[in-house]
Design a protein around this ligand. Structure first.
Ligand code: NAP
Length: 198
């Protein structure tokens, strides 16, 4: 059955799958950030949903604007119930299930649903039946990190797919020359189902 909500995860990780340090991105990659803003931007007249965890939301304003532009923002948190009233287009959901129900009831339906992290929320969404794709930027460097992409992501269980909106091949960042490559993954459905039957 076709799922009505499709979660597209977008993340950048270093060679050790590190994604964060002290609740911030450990790097400044101008070209990668431009790609991130471009791909998460809906077409004219459409709106996306973005989903973030409470910890990522706390520091999101230092990386991008809050609310994230062009999107209905959903913050996942058990401890927070609302966001300050001066932050528009943002709701708090106490679970991913509540977030999915909220999205299903949106009128009009969003163009895409992007999951912006962090580690705990990536894990919830990777394991969710609503998982669709992972857009993973692999940064060809090692950074000091205290947050890592969830180890539940086993690359052999996924297949790399093409997306014409994603730059192909190794990219070189215009800021400091760091190399990175963007991989788009979907789950190998048949193999996953076969394994479950064993
Ligand atoms: N490189 C990248 O692409 C990227 C992208 C985004 C973030 N990051 C980094 O990732 C790090 C943050 O990740 P994180 O794992 O520490 O935090 P997070 O996933 O952003 O947020 C964790 C919070 O989400 C809420 N939460 C988690 N599971 C939940 C559940 N099942 N139900 C309800 N609420 C739930 C909890 O909030 P409450 O405590 O309020 O209940 C929890 O403290 C930072 O270093 C950030 O810079 C990196």
């Amino acid at each position: 059955m076709e799922k009505s909500v499709k979660l597209d995860l977008i993340a950048a990780a270093d060679r050790n799958m590190g994604i964060g340090q002290k609740n911030m991105l450990p790097w400044k990659l101008t070209s990668e950030f431009k790609y991130f803003l471009k791909i998460t931007k809906p077409p004219q007249g459409q709106r996306n949903v973005i989903i973030v965890g409470h910890r990522t939301w706390e520091t999101m304003g230092e990386v991008a604007t809050r609310p994230f532009p062009g999107a209905m923002n959903i913050v996942i948190s058990r401890s927070m119930t609302t966001v300050p009233s001066d932050i528009s287009d943002t709701v708090v959901c106490s679970s991913l299930d509540n977030a999915i129900n909220f999205i299903k009831n949106l009128q009009p339906q969003p163009y895409r649903v992007w999951v912006l992290g962090g580690a705990q929320i990536y894990k919830l969404c990777l394991l969710s039946p609503y998982f669709h794709r992972l857009y993973l930027t692999r940064i060809n460097r090692v950074h000091h990190c205290d947050a890592f992409f969830p180890e539940e992501f086993k690359v052999e269980e996924y297949v790399r797919v093409q997306d014409p909106d994603v730059p192909q091949g190794m990219q070189t960042d215009e800021f400091d020359g760091t190399q990175f490559e963007i991989y788009v993954y979907e789950r190998r459905i048949q193999e996953h189902l076969a394994k479950k039957k064993l």
